[in-house]
Design a protein around this ligand. Structure first.
Ligand code: FES
Length: 106
């Protein structure tokens, strides 16, 4: 289990307990975190699950795969810490992870 905090663009925080092996996107949907749309259901083909990984967590969360990077081209306002949340797998290592939800999704 890992605690994940989603911070909306307006500053509202949502703390959830996430199971190992699930994705950061799935936990956002399950817990009704606004701003994560996830149109493709986690297939890495929509870019509507875009999040910014908090600076303190970018090393642990790692960078996007080549496929994910291609898909990120379709997201709005992509930064160095942008990830598609359906491609971040929850593990004990990520206990305490903080991600920021962008104002708009693609
Ligand atoms: Fe579609 Fe992540 S849910 S790319």
């Amino acid at each position: 289990m890992a605690k994940i905090t989603y911070v909306e663009a307006n500053g509202t925080r949502h703390e959830v307990e996430a199971e190992n092996g699930s994705t950061v996107m799935e936990n956002a949907i399950r817990n009704d975190v606004p701003g994560i749309v996830a149109e493709c259901g986690g297939a890495c083909t929509c870019a509507t699950c875009h999040v910014y990984v908090d600076e303190a967590w970018t090393a642990k969360a790692g960078g996007p795969s080549v496929m994910e990077e291609d898909m990120l081209d379709f997201a709005f306002d992509v930064n160095d810490n942008s990830r598609l949340s359906c491609q971040i797998k929850v593990s004990d290592e990520l206990d305490g992870l903080v991600v920021h939800v962008p104002e708009n999704q693609a």
